[in-house]
Design a protein around this ligand. Sequence first.
Ligand code: SAM
Ligand code: SF4
Ligand code: SF4
Length: 339
Amino acid sequence: MHMAILDTRSRPLRDLRVSVMDQCNLRCTYCMPKEVFGTDYPFLPPEKLLNFDEIENLVRVFSSLGVKKVRITGGEPLLRKDLPHLIKRIYKIQEIEDVALTTNGLLLGHYAGQLKDAGLKRINVSLDSLNPINYGKMNGRNFPVARVLKALEQAASIGLQIKINMVVQRGINDGDILPLAKYCFNEGYTLRYIEFMDVGNTNGWNMEKVVPSREVLDKLQQTMSLEAVDPDYIGEVAKRYRYKNTDKEIGFISSITESYCSTCNRARISADGKLFTCLFATQGTDLVSLMRNEEISNEDLTQFISDLWNKRSDRYSEQRVEISKHQTKKKIEMSYIGG
Ligand code: SAM
Ligand code: SF4
Ligand code: SF4
């Protein structure tokens, strides 16, 4: 049965992001800086991770509350054993119209075929630079960019649609804005520029490092003809542009300079089963303990989540400046909560 639920700002629940793994094989400076996420970092022990039955059950419960789209993320989701099986199971849930995966692409060459067989149609791959030195520095592990490009080719050759996510940082990879646009245009990938965000507590964020989307767009328009495209649906995060006289697009995710809280319909589940109603939350709600308690039925769980969503009032991006002046509690790290 489908119940439409709304939060205090009349926002429905449509999009669920599930983090399947808090660990990662990279140490991107803006997400998991290696100085903080070192060998003694307390990652979740395996028994704390939601198992696939639990994830499937949660997706079912959320789908009964209006969720139609599921994004699998992390940490690095392809580090999770048998991930294609999970994707297959989520696809079988009737109300789920779309399943997406965000990955750094390191293991994509190996998994592309299995992911496609599991039903996946599209993937988002994070790629911040084509320059081997820059890419190596930004990923914190000196991982060669050529390997990711090769994996992308493999994935594209079997028909997976590809979106590239580039986090733009001033003075770090702003020189990569044009080369990545050209590369993606030529390969038929859709590029999305993401404003560097103040997620977590460890990435040394400040406003000077943010390159506003407007500035990126102006730069592109000096050499390319782009026209704005109307959003496909309410709550679409990326602002899209089309290269004139083509069907190729480019997008901007402008969490800093143009907040989109007013239509934010996303919930996030961490790898250990906590529910977060905002990317910038300081605390989550433990769903897995409820689920593992035999006295609590799925109907109770559904009601619990529905009540929680009804009370939701998050709008961090709209209040960033005010909140950050007073904030004393630590925000949740993005690698844990899922990007
Ligand atoms: N490991 C996978 C990957 O990198 O695609 C999935 C998880 S990652 C946390 C999800 C997305 O969040 C990536 O596209 C990454 O670039 C983005 N991200 C991480 N930290 C960010 C930050 N501080 N600002 C903006 N985007 C960020
Ligand atoms: Fe890992 Fe993705 Fe974070 Fe980079 S952005 S450290 S690949 S989780
Ligand atoms: Fe949604 Fe929170 Fe981001 Fe606003 S700040 S768009 S409420 S996740």
